[in-house]
Design a protein around this ligand. Structure first.
Ligand SMILES: *Cc1c(COP(=O)(O)O)cnc(C)c1O
Length: 482
């Protein structure tokens, strides 16, 4: 008889495991409760880096010992985007409720590629809420993906199907007589360029239209580029508007873009990575007018939605086109009307992934437990904080604003000779101080301190800390220069 083992990966002592599990949960709740006591970020010593450069152990490590490594060597050197002083890039803060939901979904270990199961019901519930939020028809489809980078890619691929037909899946890009071109603004996110590259068009097929003083796409420049392209025999097929640009938080004139796309029969996509969820806020929603006419919207629950990473989403008006782009028959994925293989179409028919995690659960919990109204208030408050930061900058003679503040992003700098270098040093000093953590961008050739207020924990106190620290580090940087 073959020798087999009764060993599993479950604990031999469930009680000891339970106690250790409770300790881990307590430690993480303590971390969230006392974030203000710690620096936003701190540089990682070499010894810490080396901890994670060891060969794979054949031997086992106790759970408690592994957890101690996490507590001592991972947590203190994380990026700190849960901290109220974090204002870099566009990072969400996460929530305690989201954390617990992640634990539940990891315990369940659901695979949401397909099949007839309640977890897919939860995802479909969120799809329904998203449809309602953007006033899309019942027939629209939606799918959780990693992030907006992926959602933008899916949108390009679906728009490609809309223009070239399903045959593009078989023939690829080589055998078609039309040369397709896409449009977005110079302020658009780099993931759109990547999407056009990955989809096989080549980045030269993406026209980057200049922006106006408000950093919105220049509609008349867009119109004339389109008409020139048509004259030279090219086929415009895709326009990506931005709702909340990554550099300054600008919102394109989505209504004009929608009208233009309708007139020219071009796919209208909105990259609303963080801004689209402004629909939850009665103050912000009016600025997004026109988004409800999009053919597709890409956005993240993990930014303004405060859902823990990752939770990107794509919403598509015409679900058939999404199915036409991604669904593929396979014997081992055969569908039934009863049994576990019922419930077609499955999420795997709407995108490239087969195995998929339960991103919908932490999103469902976040929307359910905090409520849409409260999440909308958090979004409004980040914008109010950005206006407060703007006022504080305008009141300080040593500081100057570098871009209009449309939403929750503020770009400014410390006035000084050799300002680009001084401000770059200043931002590094701020980050290393652990007091406040903005990032940088370049606005019209000028290096800007860029504060994106995304985290629900950020308050006016954190804005004051940012201003105070900017003034004192700016002074030091400017002095060391002479
Ligand atoms: C963050 C962001 C993206 C990319 O989203 P990921 O979730 O990081 O992939 C795309 N566009 C804009 C405007 C963004 O702010």
């Amino acid at each position: 008889m073959l020798e087999t083992s009764e060993d599993t990966l479950d604990p031999s002592d469930w009680n000891a495991f339970r106690m250790q599990g409770h300790k881990m949960l307590d430690d993480m709740i303590d971390y969230l409760e006392h974030q203000r006591d710690n620096p936003v970020w701190q540089p990682m010593p070499d010894a810490i880096r080396q901890t994670f450069q060891q060969p794979l152990d054949l031997d086992h490590t106790d759970l408690a010992a592994a957890h101690n490594i996490f507590m001592g060597k991972v947590i203190p050197y994380a990026l700190g985007n849960a901290h109220p002083g974090f204002m870099g890039w566009v990072h969400g803060g996460g929530t305690p409720v989201g954390m617990l939901a992640e634990m539940l979904s990891a315990g369940l270990n659901a695979n949401l590629g397909g099949r007839d199961q309640a977890p897919i019901g939860v995802e479909r519930q969120v799809v329904q809420w998203v449809r309602d939020l953007f006033d899309f028809p019942e027939t629209a489809s939606g799918l959780f993906v990693t992030g907006t980078s992926m959602a933008n890619l899916l949108a390009v691929l679906i728009a490609r199907t809309a223009r070239l037909g399903v045959k593009v899946r078989q023939k690829g890009m080589t055998n078609n007589d039309q040369q397709l071109v896409a449009y977005t603004s110079t302020s658009a996110h780099i993931s759109l360029t990547k999407a056009i590259e990955i989809a096989g068009f080549g980045s030269s097929a993406l026209r980057k239209i200049p922006v106006n003083q408000q950093f919105q796409i220049d509609i008349s420049a867009l119109e004339s580029t389109i008409s020139e392209d048509k004259k030279t025999g090219l086929t415009p097929f895709f326009i990506a508007g931005t709702a909340g640009s990554a550099d300054v938080g600008a919102i394109d004139n989505l209504k004009s873009l929608a009208e233009l796309c309708q007139r020219e029969k071009i796919w209208f996509h909105v990259d609303g990575a963080y801004g689209a969820l402004g629909m939850l806020s009665p103050d912000i929603a009016p600025h997004l007018q026109g988004i409800e006419q999009a053919d597709s919207i890409a956005f993240d629950f993990h930014k303004w939605g405060q859902v823990p990473y990752d939770a990107g989403f794509i919403l598509v008006r015409d679900s058939q086109l999404q199915l036409d782009t991604f669904s593929s028959p396979a014997a081992y994925l055969k569908r039934e009307t009863r049994g576990m293989a019922a419930g077609s179409p499955w999420p795997c028919d709407f995108g490239p992934d087969l195995s998929r995690g339960f991103r919908a659960l932490k999103t469902w919990f976040t929307l359910k437990v905090y409520g849409a109204e409260k999440l909308g208030q958090v979004i409004s408050n980040t914008c109010a904080l950005a206006q407060y930061l703007k006022l504080r900058i305008e009141a300080e003679p040593k500081l100057e604003l570098l871009a209009p503040v449309a939403l929750n992003i503020v770009c400014f700098r410390y006035r000084s000779i050799d300002a680009n270098r001084i401000n770059a040093e200043l931002v590094i000093a701020l980050q290393e101080s652990g007091i406040a953590a903005p990032s940088t961008t370049t606005i019209n050739g000028q290096l800007a301190i860029r504060a994106a207020i995304v985290n629900h924990r950020t308050t006016s106190r954190d804005i004051d800390n940012l201003i105070d620290a900017t003034l004192s580090f700016g002074k030091i940087a400017a002095q060391s220069q002479v």
